[in-house]
Design a protein around this ligand. Structure first.
Ligand code: AMP
Ligand code: MG
Length: 482
């Protein structure tokens, strides 16, 4: 079979503390649900010479590609603030596929059976949550947001027991790595400084080779991860994405969005928006994402303290300075992102006020976050809310500001169209697509995936996907993808 796999596995060569060598548990009757042909092509992989049955054997782990060295990775994590030793309890890493010398991708199966990290779980995943990760991760990718990707989903032909009996499934995930803040926590908790150094070196080689020869690698690593997370969270805020479970084990040091569980998109603007059924106190609410990212980074900093300076007090002081920079840097990046959303060139001292006034109006009037910016871009949005006098007053102010710094309408709209999606994965549409997919009808999912490929384009007929669900007394809730 000439698929084009080129495995070169470095993580599996790390000391035993980092992983468990384990094979995926074979499944009875795998059936391919979806294969991401475009991603396959980007990875120099070609599955067109093999039939669907063989594809299913591959993506279920029944037939492992040559030169894979399957492992479950060890990691820990603060889950809703509580520290736990975790690890891949239902995933295995096949290895790292190289598309060329500088482009290395983890290929991982999620839902592939029990490991020594399963802690009583069944090691399996259900079809709905795996397709959900597929849809949302690919949507984020098309929105130009750093993310792990989804290459394929297979049904296992086996049932998984949750509240109901569900169809089992396996997702093939592609990531620049699966090193998490929690990976550092796991190694740090083992209190073996040699292993901690190995992890820092490994992470730097893999993600930040520019600091390979720096005098204080651990400190520079912390700083670079902090900057990556700043950019990521700003991007989430830009499109109204709520990750839903920002535990430290779900934060990748590469800066990619990882572990799509109860994530969802905000429709009407409310900073307190939470969808996850288990997030009772709104720890991971929309507006809490920046401070939580900072909190998670502080946990990373704690792990690195022994490597930053031999004097612990000094080490804590300089690591704290980096963590404390987060807010200032985030706010600056956020402000510029919001300027872009409003098509404002240059800086004006009243910009922050202008932005806040709009957000306050949106909150007060329950305006749809995505569609408000669409309306401002001149896209036909059917919503009487925009006739509101306080909104039209705000628009006059915005128009006045928009003329500054050599701007013109054309330039402004061009800028706005780059950052304001005209279509996002609307929660009710995702649910509808998943519910149909569960009943073997993939039409809506296919259509949704097609539309979400071009979220900044008005070329397709997006009318069916443009609006939030009609107001309902039952709040939309998401559940952890287990
Ligand atoms: P997640 O909520 O997917 O981020 O998972 C959190 C932790 O629980 C990770 O260590 C997972 O490997 C583990 N986990 C989640 N679901 C299962 C399952 N069905 N079986 C075993 N471990 C699981
Ligand atoms: Mg996780």
């Amino acid at each position: 079979m000439t698929i084009g796999w080129h495995f070169d596995n470095t993580y599996s060569k790390l000391p035993n503390t980092f992983k468990e060598e384990i094979k995926p548990t074979p499944v009875h009757n795998p059936e391919l649900v979806i294969l991401n042909e475009e991603l396959a092509k980007d990875l120099n992989l070609n599955f067109s010479n093999i039939n669907k049955k063989q594809q299913a054997e591959i993506f279920s782990g029944n037939l492992l590609p040559k030169n894979t060295n399957t492992i479950a990775q060890a990691y820990a994590g603060h889950q809703f603030g509580h520290f736990t030793m975790l690890g891949d309890g239902r995933a295995v890493l096949l290895g790292e596929h190289l598309i060329n010398e500088n482009n290395r991708f983890d290929i991982q199966f999620k839902g592939s059976g029990k490991t020594s990290f399963s802690r009583g779980g069944d090691g399996r995943a259900a079809l709905g949550p795996m397709l959900r990760e597929y849809i949302i991760s690919e949507a984020l990718y098309s929105l130009n947001i750093q993310t792990t990707r989804s290459l394929a989903v297979v049904k296992t032909g086996e049932k998984v027991v949750r509240e109901n009996l569900l169809q089992g499934a396996i997702l093939t995930r592609v990531a620049s790595s699966h090193i998490r803040v929690g990976t550092f926590q796991y190694i740090a908790a083992k209190q073996n400084i040699k292993d901690l150094k190995i992890l820092v070196d490994y992470s730097v080689d893999r993600h930040f080779p520019e600091i390979k020869f720096s005098e204080n690698k651990a400190l520079d690593l912390l700083n670079l991860v902090m900057l990556k997370q700043c950019d990521l969270i700003v991007d989430w805020m830009r499109v109204g994405f709520i990750h839903g479970v920002m535990n430290t084990d779900n934060m990748a040091i590469s800066g990619e969005t990882i572990d799509y569980g109860p994530c969802a998109f905000m429709d009407h603007y409310d900073p307190k928006t939470v969808f996850s059924s288990i997030d009772k106190f709104g720890r991971y609410a929309y507006s809490n994402q920046p401070p939580i990212a900072k909190w998670n980074l502080a946990r990373l900093a704690e792990c690195l303290i022994p490597l930053i300076d031999t004097n612990e007090d000094k080490s804590i002081k300089i690591a704290s300075e980096i963590i404390n920079n987060f807010q200032k840097i985030y706010e600056l990046k956020w402000l510029n992102m919001m300027r872009n959303k409003l098509g404002l060139f240059g800086e004006n001292k009243n910009d922050l006020n202008l932005i806040k006034n709009l957000l306050n109006w949106m909150k007060k009037n329950k305006a749809d976050y995505t569609n408000t910016f669409c309306y401002l871009m001149g896209i036909n949005i059917k919503d009487k809310i925009f006739y509101d006098k306080s909104f039209t007053d705000w628009v006059s102010e915005w128009k006045l500001r928009s003329t500054l710094n050599n701007s013109n309408k054309e330039k402004q709209i061009k800028l706005m169209m780059k950052v304001n999606p005209v279509v996002i994965p609307r929660n009710h549409k995702v649910e509808e697509a998943l519910s149909e997919a569960n009943n073997n009808n993939f039409d809506l999912m296919t259509k949704l995936l097609f539309i979400l490929k071009n979220p900044y384009s008005t070329k397709n007929d997006i009318s069916e996907f443009q609006y939030p669900a009609p107001f309902s007394k039952n709040k939309y809730q998401t559940f952890c993808g287990t």
